[in-house]
Every structure is written in C-alpha cells, then in structure tokens.
Design a protein around this ligand. Structure first.
Ligand SMILES: *Cc1c(COP(=O)(O)O)cnc(C)c1O
Length: 446
C-alpha cells in the first residue's frame, strides 16, 4: 500500500471533518501508518512533525509507551461497562485525581465523552441548577465574541465563529454576546490592561440588564483557540469571577483546549487564582489517546440536584460511553506522566526556547502579530498594506501545503499560523518547526 492507493480508497466512502471534500481533488490526503513521539509517518516513507498535537489533544507523543501499557493492562480486565448503577476503579481514581489538581471547590466530577458534550453538560447543569433553586426564568447564556465551544447545537450556539455557526443559525438558541477582551493589535501590556477593564465594564452592563434571565457566562480562559489563538491576560478572569458572584450568575471555564499545562500552569484559571462554577476538560485529558471529557463543579451545585427521584430534580443526562474505563486509564497514565516528567518545569523551558525561536517573525512585513501563551504560539499574517489578506486567497492553506512537502504538520486557522506542539518536542525540533513555517509563510505571502 502507498499513499495514493489508500487516499483513493478513503475518498470512495469517507467524509472528513472540517473539510470541503472537493479540496482533495488537488490536495493530497495523507494516510498515516504509524506515529512515534512528535512524528507521524505516512506510507510513502515521509514523516511529519505534529506541530499542532493532532488538533490539540496529544501531550506526550504518539505511541507513548507508558500510556500504551496502562491501556493494555486495563483492556485485559475490563473494556467498558455501563456507568449508571455500576462503577469501576479507573473512573474513581480519575475523579480523585482531577479533584486534587483542579482549583479549590471543584469537588464533583461528571464524565462525558468529548469536548462538545462536556459543554452541553455544563450548560444544561447550570440551567437545571437554577430551575431546581426556583429560578426558572434563568435560561440564557452570555458568551464572548470570537469564542468557540464545539460543534453540537448547544455548544455551537454559545460559540461565535461565523464560519462554523452562521449556516446553522436557524437551529440555534441565541446567546448574549459580550465583547472579547482579546489583545490583538494593542501596542503594549498597559493598553491590554486598559482593554481588559473596558471589556469588563461592557460585561457588567450586560449582567446589570440581563442577570435575571442569565444562567452562566461561558469563556475560554486566556486563549480563544479556534477563534485564531487570540489571547488576553488573567486580570479579565478575576474581574469576571467577581462580576459573576455579584450578579448571581455561574462562570463556566471551558479549559478543553487550554487545560493540562498548555498555558504554563496546569489549568489556565490558576493564573487568575479563580475557581469557576463549572470547568470543562477534554482534549489533553487522555494524552490524545481516547475520547473522554469531564465537567467539574462544586458541592452546592451537586446538592441542588440531590433529592427524592419523584421530585424530578436529578440530572438525567447520559452518553453510552460515559466513563469508559480505557479512556479513564489513558487519562490516569497521562497524569502520571506529568509527575514523572516534571512536565510543567520542562514546558517552561520549551516555552522560553519557542519564544526566542519566534524572533525570526518579528518585524516581518507580512506578520501583523506574534503572540504566545505558554506552549501556544501564533503568527497572524497581513498583506503588504498591513491589512488582512482576502480570506478567499487562502494564504494559510499555502503554508499548510509547504509544510506537507517539508515534514511539517501545521494547520493554520485562516491566516493565523500557530504552533501547539506535544510536550515531548525537543529544542531542535522547535527550531525545525519554526524555520519550516517561516519558509512556508514567505512562500505563501508572495
Ligand atoms: C475543541 C474544543 C471544544 C470541542 O471539543 P470536541 O471534543 O472537539 O467536541 C470545545 N471547546 C474548546 C475550547 C475547544 O477547543
């Protein structure tokens, strides 16, 4: 089997995610045969450095020996069982570990099986909490402009990326959208802080008007990832926490992309020293191995559902694969690797190295901004007049194509070229990744 043969077979029946399938008339589909560490290998003997952790999920490399072993051991004992009325050790141990490492007050863990489902759970739980408390008027959500929370209808509704959302508008509930505190284009940290205060005031005005009908504010802490890796400082989160308390509205922290060490701390919320009312986790949770998600909340929320069955206050939400033991054991193995590898310290060193490597983009005429939070870095492109490129020119796609030919898997979001590598990347591999992207950008902007 070679690449071309497999791609032909694939395209006969498969329909790929987030893809205009017609693109594959000229864009090759790459069949991956195996992976090792940060590298993926195809059937023609090419390799690709996975600079985006295979859609932000992989933390400790492909085919990680430790995670392999833990899943293998679990597989010999129990692959899956119903999670209502029954339980198992991997889920119990995972809940204990998550409670121990998340911010204080998040003591209850509800498991689901992907990020969007976790967001749905948090939205439904928040609404249902208020209903159980006698506040049935609360049924709406506040989101941030340019936010992303997944693709199922509820999660899509509280997102704000037009490319994914606009088509389905007739199907979606309508959130109240507050302006994002993102710092794009601001000259310095002082301007960023002023912007944060301004955006908090805008949020306060919305809460003042709408708090009676609002269940929760949902945000991506520190980095709006799918919205183009737009970043904002922790001060916004502390201000938002205070506003949510003042107006009796929940705060939902969607840490699906930024959790598990991505931003420098274990969870992004830690940088603002806040505890949200709900925290959604997925993606890196299993080290990129298996679909799993968790929603953490506090005892007060849990108790509001706790009553006689006939009172209909229970949270009757479920997914067939809730709490899958293989996925839980992958998550446990992943958490073990954080300790074993001293991951947060090592990430700090990699973050510094990446920061220096990114210097080659600074002062480039086609780079509007270089930004970084921990091991997320983005280079936003612009045309010769300092304006965004016409999106239909698909400059980012050209960077992607350059990567394909030069051993780099990179998948720009529009004209935002970003890096979100696995934590096992070496400094040399960071240099290779950044230099290859630099060459790709030079080709793409011509
Ligand atoms: C990816 C993502 C989701 C959705 O997770 P899926 O597992 O893809 O459904 C939700 N929120 C954020 C912030 C994400 O990055």
């Amino acid at each position: 089997m070679n690449n071309r043969q497999l791609a032909q077979r694939d395209l006969k029946h498969l329909w790929h995610p987030c893809t205009q399938m017609k693109d594959h008339e000229c864009l090759p589909l790459i069949p991956i045969r195996d992976g090792q560490g940060v590298w993926l290998h195809d059937y023609d003997g090419n390799r690709y450095l996975d600079a985006i952790s295979s859609w932000w999920v992989n933390l400790f490399g492909h085919s990680n020996a430790h995670i392999n072993q833990r899943i293998n051991e679990q597989m010999q004992r129990l692959e899956h069982c119903i999670f209502a009325g029954y339980t198992h050790e991997p889920a119990i141990e995972l809940a204990e570990s998550l409670v121990a490492i998340t911010p204080p007050g998040l003591d209850r863990v509800f498991l689901a099986d992907n990020g969007s489902s976790a967001v749905e759970v948090a939205l439904k739980m928040s609404f249902h909490f208020w209903l159980n408390q006698g506040h049935g008027r609360k049924h709406r959500f506040i989101n941030l402009s340019n936010s992303y929370h997944g693709e199922t209808l509820g999660a899509l509704a509280v997102g704000d990326v037009p490319l994914y959302k606009d088509t389905y508008a007739p199907l979606l509930m309508t959130p109240i959208t507050a302006p994002s505190p993102d710092c794009f284009g601001l000259p310095d940290a002082a301007a960023c802080e002023a912007n944060v205060q301004e955006k908090l005031q805008a949020m306060q005005r919305l809460l003042e008007t709408h708090h009676d009908e609002v269940c929760a504010v949902i945000v991506e802490p520190l980095v709006q990832c799918a919205g183009g890796m737009r970043m904002y400082p922790p001060a916004y989160l502390s201000g938002l926490r205070a506003l949510c308390d003042r107006y009796q509205v929940h705060l939902i922290a969607d840490e699906i992309a930024v959790g598990f060490g991505r931003t420098g701390t274990f969870f992004a919320c830690e940088q603002a020293a806040i505890s949200p009312d709900f925290m959604c986790l997925s993606k890196g949770l299993t080290g990129g191995y298996l679909p799993l998600s968790a929603v953490l909340t506090g005892e007060a929320v849990y108790q509001a559902f706790y009553d006689d069955y006939t009172k209909l206050t229970a949270f009757l939400h479920s997914h067939s694969y809730t709490g899958n033991p293989l996925a839980c054991s992958a998550a446990l193995a992943t958490l073990e690797l954080f300790e074993r590898n001293d991951t947060l310290d090592n990430n700090q060193r990699l973050t510094e190295h990446l920061k220096t490597a990114l210097d080659i983009f600074r002062n480039h005429p086609n780079v509007a901004e270089v930004r970084q939070t921990g091991l997320i870095a983005a280079v936003e492109l612009q045309n010769a007049n300092g304006q965004p490129f016409d999106w239909q020119e698909r400059r980012g796609l050209r960077v992607y194509q350059h990567g394909l030919k030069n051993q780099l898997l990179i998948r720009p979001l529009g004209d935002v070229v970003y890096f979100m590598p696995p934590y096992v990347i070496t400094p040399d591999e960071i240099d290779f990744m950044v230099k290859t992207a630099f060459a790709g950008i030079n080709e793409a902007v011509r």
